[in-house]
Design a protein around this ligand. Sequence first.
Ligand SMILES: [Zn+2]
Length: 108
Amino acid sequence: MHEPLRCPVCRAPWKDGDSCYRCRSDLTFLRLIMQKAGGLRKRARALVSEERLEEAQRLLDESLRLFTGREGISLKAYILALEGKFELLAPLLELLTERGGPRTTSRG
Ligand SMILES: [Zn+2]
């Protein structure tokens, strides 16, 4: 989820360009997908600030179907919390913490 996107051909990390820096495969579709997902997430965030939560959820779910990243999952968790659907939060919070590593370091 929080891992860098990779070239589907050679698995090199995607560096935001339209072609893979290593194998030169055309990765325009990755950029287009990320732009579409980002646009939907941005619109969802605006709807949240207008307290239009149902519409926000719909757009955000569409965004998450395109790309499941930390930002989208965090927003999803926030909306669910606003709606009082706390029972649905656990799996999302698990996703947010499982690959991010421990949040605090033990010093004693
Ligand atoms: Zn490649």
